[in-house]
Design a protein around this ligand. Sequence first.
Ligand code: GTP
Ligand code: MG
Length: 383
Amino acid sequence: MFEKYIKTEQEDKIIEEDKIAEEDKIIEEDKIIEEDKIIEEKIVDTIKEIAEIDKEEIEVIKKVYDFPIPEYLLPWKNDDTLLIEYTSRLVNAGYDNIDLIASATVGEMVKKTGINEFLIKELIGNALQWSAFNFKTASSLYSSRSLLKKIPTMCNSLDKILNGGVEPRAITEFYGEFITGKTQICLQLAISATLPKELGGLDAKAIYIDTEGSFNPERLVQILSRWDIEPDRILDKIIVGRAFTSDIQIAMVDNMLEIIKEKDTKLLIIDSLTSNFRSEYMGKEAIYDRQQKLNKHIQQLSRIADIHDIAVVITNQVMSDMDQTNNVKPIGGNILAHGSTHRIECSKSQLKSSVRFAKIVASSSLPDAKASFEITKHGIEDV
Ligand code: GTP
Ligand code: MG
């Protein structure tokens, strides 16, 4: 009996030990399962990370792959790493067009891409050899230009002297004294560029750089009441930037490539081109600096017009001209006189307060002519 008791005790001990071992095993297994879970989670995270990196890399490679400039023009074509890195930098900086690279300045490209000057010079040189800036036959130029649609002012008399409207690949300048209708013309052009085709517009986008705070959306909506259209449909297509200084104005133009490409822009308005320059550079000693800066700005506008088939419209103020018989002349001197493709002088009728005149005074293709128009609640209209 005693033996049996001992045996039972031993058995109990074994059972107890087995139980403990079993529990330990379970704990151990749980630990392993827990560790496995952690490892598994880590693997999933890593896979996710890799997938993310791959996604980014794929995006970069895609950009490079879609890059419209032939690889043999890229000075870094033989270096696989640079091919992706530098080419994506070009794309990200907006240089995905051979004409654009050909017409870029070395300094501007170095600044925007961070690629060294030596390589950029070579790239611009290569692009120049291949770009549209090479010689072309007059007939190919003629046919490519004839495909471009002018933007009508939607005022018949004005459209008649403009031969249909403001021209793409050109700078049209409206200058004149205050309240002669320059801003009203700009607003109506912005509407015309953005109106749907069935209403006579170009169904495109317009960029409006307002330097005087005269862009007034309420006035735009008022003019829009002329057409049966929801104003938001038009307002959403006019991108407005307020340029308080000439530096902001220049930066807006220099950095608008992305907007232009993405947004199907057909019209760029600067109302007015000169007021910031005029107020910041006063006095005779500042004239040289002002003109230099203005010159670069106009050249940039001209490039944008040419490369992106955009109609650039600028307004300009006047000053009294002591030496000549006509008593006002536009600001900007020869720089602007040479920079504008078409110059139109706006003036006010002495007889009827709502009537204005627009006169072609200098143009490479439009004959001298004069139109009268009226400023009404509907914008600018024939008299
Ligand atoms: P500055 O920018 O000062 O050099 O003048 P501007 O040439 O740009 O003049 P703007 O195009 O702003 O035209 C101003 C003229 O348009 C003024 O004579 C206003 O009376 C007129 N105008 C503006 N809004 C309306 C309107 O809602 N109805 C009517 N009938 N006329 C308007
Ligand atoms: Mg104005």
